[in-house]
Design a protein around this ligand. Sequence first.
Ligand SMILES: C[S@@+](CC[C@H](N)C(=O)[O-])C[C@H]1O[C@@H](n2cnc3c(N)ncnc32)[C@H](O)[C@@H]1O
Length: 367
Amino acid sequence: MVREGVTDLLVPGDFCKKGPGSRTSEVFYNRQMEFGRDISVLFGREVFQEGQRILDGLAATGARGLRLANECGVRAEFVLNDRDLRAAVLMKQNAELNSLGHVTIHCRDLRSLLADEQFDYIDIDPFGTPVEFIDAALQSCRNRGVIAITATDTAPLYGAYPRTCLRRYGALSAKSPFAHETGLRILIGFVVREAAKLDRAVEPLLCYHADHYFRCYLRIVNGAMRADAAMGKLGFVSYDKKTMRREMALERASKSDAGPLWAGSLHSKDLVRAMRTTGDLGTAPRCAKMIEIWREEASVPPMFYSMDELARRTKLSPPKLAEFIEHLAEKGASASRTHFDPKGIKTDAPLAELLRNYRSMAKARAK
Ligand SMILES: C[S@@+](CC[C@H](N)C(=O)[O-])C[C@H]1O[C@@H](n2cnc3c(N)ncnc32)[C@H](O)[C@@H]1O
């Protein structure tokens, strides 16, 4: 048995594996995803409302859905589903272990459940790509509801397999120092286009990259005009390795551009401002640190630079990241850390200005 937050969970014996989920002969459980589930609990505490229907669609042991039911402090209807009968049996035991007998458990193909019922929150946490569930989830999600998606097929989204990315997401990925951000934005862009077919718009509430996966919490809102507006925030990113120039444009300008991808904000500023970690969470310090960085980067334009790139380009060893950010802010630019890369910097300063400031700071430091 393990404990996450204040929820006890019976889990299979070999649960200590790291990395993305894979199909195994046992019910799936990955301790490394505790951070992601802690964030789900913090998200649920801010967003769930009384009486809503909350679905953990691919629940396995029930770790996420049961924690949402047990730790969000909201009186809602919680539904857990997995097509594997052993998973359904285990999640029922786990529900009883935590006195959560009121949780509904289904053992169905998620797409068939979504075709029959409507929900205010749909969690999709698959092995690999979520694409096969997106259309059904978009049709089942109530107006102003939320779809939460995990994608562990990071290699295609990072640009390692652009053809696979094109096949799955209808978008071209490309390798770059900021490929983690490109991949996340391709995933969001895909959902925006799928939703627009149904005259529905997507508003990203909290989208991030962690460990081996992407995670997006997306609000789904009815309206053709809103859907058009969301489509208007799709674009293409170009990257020139030699000059370090990266640019976002509405149209694809060259064969090597990545996209279409989401060019808008990754986080709701109000939500990340409101989210507060609590001591009962197993990964509380990591949650607090991430929330702080999400708050900072919510106001800065997309596509970060890495200090390593700046060092290579200028042939000067980097100043401290925090000091460089402060220096840019003193010069009147917006600048922040980014959760994508501990050595990453987001800024609205034009590249020439960024390099000029980097050089002057790195040289002063070397003296
Ligand atoms: C990665 S695991 C889910 C992990 C879980 N959310 C957690 O936090 O521990 C994916 C689960 O989806 C289930 N699954 C895969 N395809 C499905 C489908 N079409 N319908 C319902 N369940 C499915 C698998 O049986 C597996 O238990």
